[in-house]
Design a protein around this ligand. Structure first.
Ligand code: MN
Ligand code: MN
Length: 460
């Protein structure tokens, strides 16, 4: 029952494809450190591949037929793609969905203050983080500030070689006797994750001169006032580029593999669909997964069914029943990362049912925690079908659970899509250091996931 290592199956041509895919992926990671940046990247690539925006298609009263390509940009933070298939939509779609938000430190709405000769920004962390991992390291600021007149200012600082970086300080070891006695979860509190932004006072200024200097810099660089930060979304993320990891270069280390590794594999699979598929292929890159899939750009919002309704309308086939049939009859891979076996923490895993780096795309029948609570628990019939698709297309795959029973758990978007009554299973890439500022994946797993998603979408 042990699954083969993907690396052992590659010939020279395939090794080159693995490497090319990883190189493009590293560029995607560097370009997309926020959900907004990932959507911009996707829109650009999709439009080059002939995808048109759904809003424009609706406004033009376009008639959709097999082979047409359309995307929906949801508020710049989530994106859905549809490649119309030969069969009626009501026969269901082949859906792949991943999320493009990652854990980070978000600036509060009123973030700036001055203390101890520093200008600092208060943050509220986003998603599940081990707080001690985010101090004493270089951070970059990415995001937008929107002025009262609606002008949107793009912010990105800390990524170019000559850019400054920012970061959160940690107490020196020499004075840490008390801190070192605290447990890992309490040693650094959420309110301690404040980012140092500057340390130089503005001349001839009495009140908060360092903060005043900083505000002047923000004004010069971005034309924004302090009050504009109220309507801003600025994310502090690890600065720097993704890198090859390991002396054999078999892995990639970078920020946001969860879940941009699946997002990239999915997007590449979609862009590489060169023939008109039997079933309509739907790709989803969604936001807010890390905080419960909430909000208008999270999976719990109803943009999928709204988009399906619009597309059916443009095919002259809209009815409430057809919307329901399309969703109910669909099949979906909920593409998200899985916990890779880590020999340093072997006791957290059960070896027969864990994901291994290098053994290909993972299928997780259930995630959840404590008696499968909250898990999607995919149907055996659907898994049998996936075994066939993967084997027919020579995809290396494995099955996994998230760690040993009762140790923890986690959710994905699978259970939300299952509400429509469709077949859905979690499927993705094994990750080391999940949710740490620097995560690690195997290049082979990225490549096998790409192959898996493509084969799944083309399955007739
Ligand atoms: Mn995830
Ligand atoms: Mn996650």
């Amino acid at each position: 029952m042990e699954r083969p290592n993907a690396w052992k199956t590659y010939n020279k041509t395939e090794l080159k494809k693995v490497e090319d895919t990883a190189r493009a992926y590293r560029q995607f990671l560097d370009a997309g450190k926020t959900e907004r940046e990932c959507v911009e990247y996707a829109v650009d690539a999709l439009e080059k591949a002939g995808y048109v925006s759904l809003e424009k298609a609706v406004a033009a009263g376009k008639k959709f037929k097999a082979g047409d390509k359309v995307y929906l940009n949801k508020m710049g933070k989530a994106i859905l793609t549809f490649l119309i298939g030969k069969r009626t939509m009501a026969d269901g779609m082949n859906i792949v969905g991943a999320h493009i938000d990652s854990p980070r430190l978000d600036l509060k709405q009123n973030p700036l203050y001055e203390d101890g000769g520093f200008a600092l920004a208060d943050t509220h962390y986003y998603g599940g983080i081990k707080k001690y991992q985010w101090v004493a390291r270089e951070l970059a600021l990415h995001g937008v500030a929107v002025k009262k007149d609606g002008t949107k200012v793009q912010i990105c600082i800390g990524e170019k070689d000559d850019d400054p970086v920012v970061g959160v300080s940690d107490l020196l070891i020499h004075l840490s006797q008390e801190q070192m006695k605290k447990n890992l979860g309490e040693a650094i509190s959420g309110e301690d994750l404040d980012i140092i932004l500057g340390g130089k006072p503005l001349k001839d200024t009495e009140k908060e001169p360092v903060k005043a200097q900083l505000l002047q810099i923000l004004k010069e660089m971005y034309g924004i006032e302090e009050e504009d930060l109220i309507s801003a979304e600025i994310e502090a993320v690890p600065a720097g580029k993704a890198r090859d990891f390991g002396l054999d270069r078999s892995m990639v280390m970078g920020y946001g593999h969860d879940d941009r590794v699946c997002a990239f594999a999915e997007l590449k699979a979609i862009l590489d669909l060169k023939t008109t598929p039997e079933y309509t292929c739907c790709g989803m890159l969604v936001d807010k997964e890390e905080i419960g899939s909430v909000g208008a750009t999270g999976m719990q919002s109803n943009y999928l069914e709204n988009a399906v309704a619009e597309i059916l309308e443009l095919q002259g086939a809209y009815s409430e029943l057809n919307v329901r049939r399309t969703l109910r009859n669909s099949r979906m891979l909920s593409c998200d990362v899985s916990a890779g076996f880590d020999p340093l923490y072997a006791s957290a895993f059960e070896k027969k049912n864990t994901a291994w780096l290098g053994r290909g795309v993972c299928f997780n029948k259930f995630t959840g925690s404590r008696g499968k609570s909250g898990s999607n628990d995919a149907n055996a019939e659907f898994i049998a079908k996936l075994r066939r698709i993967m084997d027919e297309n020579k995809v290396c795959w494995q099955t996994a659970e998230l760690g040993r029973v009762d140790l923890g758990g986690g959710g994905t978007i699978a259970y939300i899509c299952a509400l429509y009554g469709m077949e859905v299973i979690d499927s993705g890439v094994a990750v080391l250091n999940m949710h740490a500022p620097m995560e690690i994946i195997s290049k082979a797993d990225l490549y096998e996931s790409y192959k898996a998603y493509k084969a799944f979408m083309l399955d007739a």
